[in-house]
Structures are given as C-alpha cells and as structure tokens.
Design a protein around this ligand. Structure first.
Ligand code: MGD
Ligand code: MGD
Ligand code: MO
Length: 773
C-alpha cells in the first residue's frame, strides 16, 4: 500500500532585522539559523546568530555597580565604566530601580527621567524594547523623550517642511520596477551598497534589492555612482564612478542645476506649476546676490570633479529619463539638510518628478524595502501609550542634554530648553555604539544620579550603567515579526528557554509596575500570547480584503507566516500630485514642492537658510583643519553585523584585522605613511584615538578612509576620558554637533583624522569579557 503523504509541519520560524530564519537545534542550543525558504537573497549575517545567542558576553543575571550599591545613587559616578558589578536577585534589582524612580519623580518630577532610549533592539513587534519602556513610564507620570532618528533626522525634518510628509524620505519611493521599465540613467549619490540592504527595522522576509538591481541593469539602464567608494555600486552594474570629496555633494548638485539653467535645459513649466520659490533659488545659483555663480567651475574647486565632467553629467541627465537617489549617509553630516534639499531642487529643475522612472528618492541603498512592490498592508504594532510629559530632545542631542541642563536650544522653529535629567533609562539601544564623540559622552554620562540599562549583552552602555538587567533575545520568547517595508508577517516562536536569568522586557516592566500599582494598566490584563493575538487581530481588522485575506490569529500562528501578495502596479512618487495638482496638492504651505521655504526662512537660521545652499561643513577636506588631520573618516554601516549587535560573533570576528576593526585606506595614502596591509594603525584627532587594522584598496578615493560603526568600545583605561580605544569604535573620533538648528541631526560623517602605523605591543581586546563581578 502506498504510504499516505503526511503534511510537513510548519517550520517554527524566528525573525531578525536582517532576515527570517528557522533555528536548528542540538542539545538545547541553537546551532544554525537556516534562511527562510521564501527569501531569494538571505543575509550571511544569519550565521552569526547562534554564536551571539550563547556567547559569554550575555548578561547572566541582574547586576548593580559596586560603588552604587555601597554608596547609593549619585555616588562614585566617575567609576562608571571601570567599576565591578555585584550580582543581585531580580527582586533586589527591581526594588532599587523602583526606589530611584520614586525619588526622582518626587524630588525632581517625571521630566527628570530621560527615556528617549533610542535603538534598534530586536525584531518582534510586541517585545519592542523602547515601546515597553515608554508604556511603563507613561503609566507612572511620563519621561523626557526623543524625536527623530540617527538614521535620517536632517533629511526627515527637511522633507516634512518642503515636501509636507516623511514619505519621500522613508518610502515607499518610486519602485525599482518603474525605474527598470522607464529610466535611462540612475544617478546614485552614495551608491546603492547592498551591504546595507541586508536589513530593515522590524525585519526582512524577502531581500529584493540585489534582484531589482539586476533587473534594472538587464533593462539597459545606465548607472552613475557618485561616491568616495567605488564598491558602493555592485560591480555587475558597471557604473561610472565619480568620486568627489565627501560633503561636496551639495556643491555638485547646485552646479548641475546651474548648468541646466544656463544651458536652457531646465523644465520651466514644471518649475512654475509644481514648485514654489524657483526664482529665488535661480538668483542664488546665478550669483545675483553674492556675486558667486554656482557654476561647474565653482563646484570643481570644492569637489575636485572637473567642470567638464559636471557639465557632461548635467547634459546627460537632461537628455535621459533620470532617477536620482541620495543615500541617507549624506545627510548624517554637518548641514545634512542641504544635500537632501539640493537633490529635490535638482530633480525639480529636470522636471521629471512624478513621471515613471524619473525624479528622486532617498535611501535606496540604505535599507531593504524602500522601492519594492510593497502592497497596502497594516503592520501589527504595540500601541506606545501616552506620555504625559512634553519635554523632548532631538535624539542626537543626548550629550548636550546631559551637559547643558536648563540651557536653551533651537529645533525646527521652536525655542526649547534642555530639562535637568537625574535618571537615564535605556532599553533596546546602545548610545556607546551610536553616539558621536564618546569621550564627550562619557563626561555627560557622569551627570545623572542613576543609569539603568536592559540588554541581553554586556555592551559598553551596560558597562557604564549603575543597574543592568538581562533581557531575553527573540529566540527566548514568542512574538510577531513584521515591518512596514516587507510583505511577510512572521509567527516568531521561542526556540530555547531564557539564557541565564534573562527575562523579557515585558515581564520586567510588569513586575516593576507592581511596585507602582500600575500592573493592570500596563499589561491591560493580557499575557504575552494574548497580546500577540490582540495586536495581530487589530491589524487584521484594518487589512484590505482586496489585497489579502488575513487568517484568524490561531491559523496564522500555526501556519508560521503570512505572505501578502506584491502590489500589482509600481509606485511612482508624487504621481498623483503631478497628474492633478489641484486635487492632490502636497501638504506644504504652498501645496507644492518648496524650493524656497518661507517657513524655514522665517526662522532666520544662518545654518539653514530658505533655499538649498552651499554651507561649508565644520570639517572636510576643504577646511583648514585638513592641514593637521588630512583624512576624511567615513563611518559607514557594517556589512558584518547590525550596528554593535553580533560584533562578538563569527561573521564580524572573521573580518577583524589583527583583532581590530578594519580601516580601509587608499594604497597611495598608505604608502605615504609606510602602512602595509594588515598593519595595526592608530587613527586619531583632537577628540580621541583608536586602533584599527589596515586594509588597502583602490576602491576608495585618496584622502578618505572608511571604518564601519559597531566595534565594541574597548578603552585601554576603562572609565577614563581620552583613553585609547584598543578595538576601533570610530565614534571615539566623530563630531558631536547638530546638523543645523532646523533638524539637530547627528553629524557623524563630519570627521577629519590622521592615521599612523601603531608601534609597540598591541594591547589585548577585552570588550567581550563580561566585567568583573
Ligand atoms: N559614527 C557613526 N555613528 C552612527 C552611525 C553612523 O553612520 N556613523 N549611524 C547611526 C545610526 S543610523 C543608527 S540607527 C544608530 C544605531 O544604534 P543602536 O540602534 O543603538 O545600535 P544597536 O547595536 O542596534 O543597539 C541595540 C541594542 O539593543 C539590544 N537589544 C536587542 N534586543 C533587545 C531586547 O529585546 N531588549 C533590550 N532591552 N535590548 C535589546 C542589543 O543587544 C543592542 O545592544 O547608530 C548611529 N551611529
Ligand atoms: N549590514 C548592515 N546594514 C545596515 C545597517 C547595519 O548596521 N548593518 N544599519 C542600517 C541603518 S540603521 C541605517 S540608518 C542605514 C544607513 O544607510 P546609509 O546612511 O546609506 O549608510 P552608510 O553606510 O553610512 O553610507 C552609504 C554610503 O554613502 C557613502 N557616503 C558617505 N558620505 C558621503 C558623502 O559625503 N558623499 C557621497 N557622495 N557619498 C557618501 C559612503 O561611501 C557609504 O558607503 O543602513 C542600514 N543598513
Ligand atoms: Mo539608522
């Protein structure tokens, strides 16, 4: 008799910002993270998951800094970073935190708690660490929060003003399909590095960017990569490489627009109908007011790209259906609003905005899912709750906040004051990874009386906290995985019991809420699985039945995932606006694209005037500082991990050079310094010094070096301001300055350094050893 075919059990899936996977188990441990069968281009980062999960750097139990435990809150703050930790019970740790929260609320008020808690934490919509923290604190009177992101604050605030919404910055943008079908030329400022499209916040079920690039190439589209790094464009694109000085892009874009205008190649009808303020911008380009035409010759002096090349590119763009992409990296620099605004203005001058395959987009090489055939679908989310406290900071002003209590600052037209913070609570982020000028951050970090951190690992931030609580990872809990940039919804099932004494953030805050009598309002009476059902069903209610029929929760949970079909038509940014301006104005004051913004001009910010403007950055190869520090340091996203996450694991570890984070440098720059491939080097400026491992290449422009973010900060003398970082965290070197008074975004890419060969015995790496208990 023929044996009956048994239905294969649905795989128990899990999800990460870099991909869906199936954990493979052996003896109670995860030994492999097998890529999701539906993912056409899974990320190699999956193979780091088992290592990281079981690594010795996991926080095993609640721990309190010895000085804090012995002498109380506010004491021995300069021992943060060098102190021992004392393991304590969960009850003891939670009592200490509750007592401190109560003291600060009573004596100072809730605004004295900073819980902006920026960070990517993990995929999974329910155990979203920051939301859990903020729901809990909202329920006990609130906290000072944070606005915007490190990713694209300057661009986001700018486009909200001049395009009326975030849509153009965060997607969905004009889809790759529209570009493949209609474009002749893609001009990429910062390329489209597929290392970055490994990830998107909330997670990726399906990696599509490489596949789309192949399709666009196969359709005969030409690519131009305007970037200090050749390999920002995949080699199969055969892109023309134009390598300007970092931060000179605004000048280049202005000169492209200038060329189009003086040669009569601009689209006067589009500019008159769909834009406001073109004449003011035109006068600036022609130099009517300042006597300085923003010509190709002018930009050649700033960018070191020849005037002929700039003019040639302008003509080619005008003769083609041209799509302009600008990666987010360009706006993470001093005056980062400008390349974004200049690109919008340049695209408007070309007049192809709203047409298939034309116009502009942002971040196509910054993350997965910005230009895919994304269907209209809701995403299950944990409601954030209400924060009764109104004070906030632009997220990247954390060190300013702690160093300058009660001092005024400006943001997007508002005059604000930094509150006086006494307690910092971080859950799901790593400021000692993400913030600039870490020596300055260490100084700022000594100000509050108490710092509480939840993290699964002993990150540098955990090691600079007073109370550290071990959180679980996604493999130790059930959750729902989903992202606004992906069409898969994943039933995330725990694979192992919590490592050590780790607990879910939800469980931790539930028990803390007990100490305030708010458990009921915090949990709303639901257990984890009841919450998963609740947020899934809430999204399902909003699902468009014409797009997909969502099964009920139980069926979704047993099937393992839900796939929503691709959109049937490609998206074209501002298509409706272009087709019918009167019916579909932009939500800007003028209803149009604001090449000049009366609103921004009315703020009288000299660091962000009323139209796209060339403003010299605080540091770049054209500045005086370059005599002392002649190399522009770009701190790009790591191909080998997500930010600081999984730096201890296989993929990242294999990439290290002599145990240090790789530093890529042009061969000629290296030869001039007697540096060879594999040497340990010292990278330094007036803000600090780090060790790194030299990797020599021709793929990077002379005068520029690249160090990825994310090597765990590893100070030679822990807790000491200005000490050498042995491992290569580039944020020791970066500039901590708001992009402008408009957005106050981070200026991480605005950094000059010098590099020399490191002589002497290299100190051992100790970042991944748990601190002394
Ligand atoms: N120089 C320079 N600096 C930069 C950038 C740059 O380009 N140059 N880029 C910036 C950008 S764009 C960003 S987005 C930031 C990223 O900065 P972060 O998002 O702060 O970096 P991550 O390492 O992802 O930090 C997340 C932390 O959450 C922890 N975590 C994971 N899951 C959980 C959980 O369930 N609960 C809790 N409590 N914790 C959890 C992880 O272990 C990790 O330590 O960095 C910024 N910094
Ligand atoms: N594997 C991996 N992928 C990631 C992340 C990660 O940690 N790991 N992090 C994610 C996050 S949070 C974010 S916000 C995005 C960020 O995405 P991006 O901001 O786009 O990333 P970067 O790697 O900083 O920069 C992309 C490229 O821009 C170029 N570039 C830098 N400065 C300039 C400039 O002045 N002019 C020009 N023309 N080009 C320049 C650099 O050569 C660089 O390779 O990446 C995401 N993707
Ligand atoms: Mo980011």
């Amino acid at each position: 008799m023929k044996s009956e075919k048994k239905p294969r059990p649905a795989p128990a899936l899990n999800h990460s910002h870099w991909g869906t996977f199936e954990p493979v188990m052996l003896d109670g441990r995860v030994t492999e993270a097998r890529p999701f069968a539906r993912d056409p281009d899974p990320s190699p980062l999956l193979s780091s998951i088992p290592d990281a999960l079981h690594h010795a750097s996991r926080v095993a139990q609640p721990a309190v800094r010895a000085g804090f435990l012995e002498h109380g809150p506010g004491s021995t703050r300069d021992r943060r970073g060098s102190d021992r930790y004392v393991p304590v019970t969960w009850d003891r740790a939670l009592d200490l935190i509750a007592d401190e929260l109560k003291r600060v609320i009573r004596d100072r008020g809730n605004h004295a708690i900073y819980a902006g808690s920026y960070g990517w934490a993990s995929a999974g919509r329910f155990h979203h660490a920051r939301t859990q923290l903020q729901r809990f604190l909202g329920g006990i009177g609130g906290f000072t929060g944070a606005r915007d992101t490190y990713s694209n604050a300057a661009g986001a605030v700018l486009v909200k003003n001049v395009l009326g919404s975030l849509h153009a910055m965060n997607g969905p943008g004009t889809s790759w399909k529209s570009i493949a079908d209609h474009a002749d030329l893609v001009v990429m400022f910062g390329g489209v590095p597929t290392r970055n499209t490994q990830v998107t916040p909330g997670g990726v079920g399906e990696h599509t960017t490489r596949g789309w690039l192949e399709k666009v190439k196969a359709a005969g589209v030409e690519f131009c990569n305007i970037s200090p790094m050749r390999d920002d464009a995949a080699s199969f694109l055969d892109a023309e490489w134009i390598a300007p000085r970092p931060h000179s892009d605004t000048a280049l874009m202005l000169a492209l627009a200038h060329t189009l205008i003086v040669e009569g190649l601009h689209d006067a009808d589009f500019l008159a109908r769909y834009c406001t303020g073109f004449n003011r911008f035109r006068e600036y380009l022609l130099g009517t007011g300042d006597g300085l035409p923003k010509s190709a010759e002018w930009a050649a002096g700033l960018s070191e790209i020849s005037a002929d090349k700039i003019r040639g590119l302008a003509r080619k763009m005008a003769a083609s259906r041209t799509f302009i992409n600008v990666n987010w990296s360009l706006q993470r620099g001093d005056h980062g609003e400008q390349p974004v605004w200049a690109a919008i203005a340049l695209a408007a001058v070309l007049g192809q905005v709203g047409l298939p395959g034309g116009g502009f987009g942002f971040g196509y090489g910054s993350m997965e899912g910005l230009a895919t055939m994304l269907p209209d679908m809701p995403v299950p989310t944990l409601p954030p709750g209400r924060n009764p406290v109104r004070s906030f900071i632009p997220v990247a002003r954390i060190a300013d906040l702690l160093l300058n209590p009660l001092q005024p600052f400006q943001y997007n037209g508002q005059d604000l004051v930094y509150p006086d913070i006494d307690l910092v609570y971080w859950c799901g982020g790593n400021p000692f990874h993400h913030h600039q000028d870490l020596n300055r951050l260490i100084r700022a970090w000594r100000r509050p009386s108490t710092i509480v951190v939840h993290d699964p690992w002993w990150t540098a931030t955990a090691r600079h906290a007073d109370i550290v609580l071990p959180s679980t990872t996604t493999l130790e809990r059930d959750d729902i995985g989903a992202s606004a940039r992906d069409r898969f919804i994943i039933a995330m099932k725990h694979a192992i019991a919590p490592v050590g004494d780790a607990r879910d953030d939800f469980a931790i805050f539930s028990d803390l809420a007990d100490r305030f009598g708010t458990r009921e309002s915090f949990t709303e009476g639901r257990t984890t699985i009841q919450w998963l059902r609740h947020i899934y069903e809430a999204a399902r209610e909003h699902a468009n039945r014409h797009v997909a029929e969502w099964p009920a929760f139980d069926e979704f949970w047993s099937r393992g995932y839900l796939e929503i079909p691709e959109a049937s038509t490609p998206h074209i940014l501002f298509e409706e606006f272009r087709m019918n301006l009167d019916a579909n104005p932009l939500p800007t004051p003028s209803g149009r694209i604001e090449i000049f913004s009366e609103k921004i001009a009315s703020y009288h910010y000299d660091d962000c005037p009323g139209h796209p403007t060339w403003l010299e950055p605080a540091e770049w190869l054209g500045s005086d500082a370059a005599r002392k520090f002649p190399l522009h340091l770009l701190t790009t996203q790591p191909s080998t991990r997500l930010h600081g996450q999984m730096d201890m694991a296989s993929v990242s570890q294999k990439s290290k050079v002599a145990g240090r984070e790789p530093m890529r440098m042009n061969r000629n720059d290296a030869a001039a310094r007697g540096i060879r491939d594999g040497d340990i080097v010292r990278v330094f400026n007036d803000r600090g010094a780090i060790l790194a491992g030299a990797v020599l290449t021709d793929d990077i422009r002379p005068g520029v070096i690249q160090i990825s973010t994310g090597a765990w900060y590893d100070p030679l003398e822990p807790g000491t301001i200005g000490t050498l970082d042995k491992h290569g965290n580039p944020n020791v070197l970066t500039l901590d300055k708001g992009t402008s008074r408009l957005a106050q975004g981070p200026s991480a890419q605005t950094t000059l350094v010098q590099v020399e060969k490191f002589e002497g015995d290299p100190p051992p790496i100790s970042a991944f050893n748990p601190p002394l208990l």
